[in-house]
Design a protein around this ligand. Structure first.
Ligand code: ZN
Length: 303
């Protein structure tokens, strides 16, 4: 386990990309991976891969392999061993037991229908109303983290300070599902600790997760990473480009072209759209010229 005392001193940059292996990379996920990679390499930092394969029914090992091959073909070479969430469940379970021993979580027996009826829509998604927080349920169900009053905030390099009220905007969130799987938020902070992550470059659709994770990072005394939330790529209907809405996988044989498209989307167009270089040449220039301040506030799929 890595030493995780927050000292405020500059730590060597360690970033990561954490894809869910529910399908191959598309232009949106390539752009996020690229932003994270360029940010790490420009800082002479390390860039790690974590495969978010906890939710087994959605994930397939062959998709994880495809993603890794796609990254390599696009010149996104990672350091150290790939971390698979599905192999870390003992670590997650220990963290959950610690929270439970500290009296910070409670059993929730709400059905989906009850949650839909009673939750309100917050800035980042549904907010649990806390119905079970004083019920003292025992037996089976999911486990939620009891949040205190107050605010949580993070500083984003692109968006500045982002704050939410813990109880009104976020709500007691799930940290262990009824089927026994530790939730994404808890698993992620344990992974950041174990991989010693100092910088998170991720999609802006994860701002709500970043705030929840902030709360957990503080609780466990894990150093807070620097944040850069990159806008997610929207399709022609204004929806996030994703496997669910049939985003096309990127073809590795068009790696140089794909990189130019992703760089253009990210506002890193200093070396022009008609560039015909090789992948390694493009990457060398992209690392040197990387400037997060040029990232547009919204990314639309080019027509
Ligand atoms: Zn409940």
């Amino acid at each position: 386990m890595l030493d995780s005392i927050s000292t405020g001193e500059a730590r060597p940059y360690r970033g990561r990309f954490a894809p869910t292996p529910s399908g191959p990379l598309h232009l949106g996920s390539l752009s996020t991976a690229l932003a994270s990679y360029l940010d790490a390499r420009q800082a002479s930092g390390r860039w790690l891969i974590r495969i978010d394969d906890l939710d087994a029914p959605r994930c397939r090992p062959e998709h994880a392999d495809t993603i890794l091959r796609q990254l390599e073909a696009h010149g996104l070479h990672w350091d150290e061993d790939v971390r698979y969430q599905s192999r870390q469940t003992a670590d997650y379970e220990a963290a959950f037991e610690q929270l439970r021993a500290d009296g910070l979580c409670y059993l929730c027996t709400c059905t989906r229908a009850r949650l839909a009826e009673t939750s309100h829509q917050g800035i980042d998604g549904p907010v649990y109303a806390g119905i079970c927080s004083r019920a003292g349920h025992e037996g089976s169900g999911s486990w939620r983290l009891r949040l205190p009053d107050g605010e949580i905030s993070l500083v984003d390099r692109l968006h500045g300070t982002i704050s939410r009220k813990l109880r009104q905007d976020i709500g007691d969130f799930m940290i262990r599902r009824a089927d026994g799987l530790v939730g994404y938020q808890l698993a992620s902070v344990i992974d950041e600790r174990e991989q010693g992550i100092t910088a998170l470059v991720r999609g802006a659709d994860l701002i709500g997760s970043s705030l929840r994770q902030q709360h957990l990072l503080r609780h466990f005394g894990i150093a807070i990473p620097a944040y850069l939330h990159v806008p997610v790529l929207l399709d022609s209907n204004g929806l996030k480009l994703s496997k669910q809405n049939h985003a096309l996988p990127i073809a590795s044989r068009n790696a140089a072209q794909n990189l130019i498209r992703a760089l253009t989307l990210l506002g890193q167009i200093a070396f022009a759209a008609d560039w015909h270089g090789r992948t390694d040449e493009i990457m060398r220039l992209a690392i040197r010229n990387w400037n997060p301040a040029l990232i547009p506030r919204r990314l639309d799929l080019p027509a």
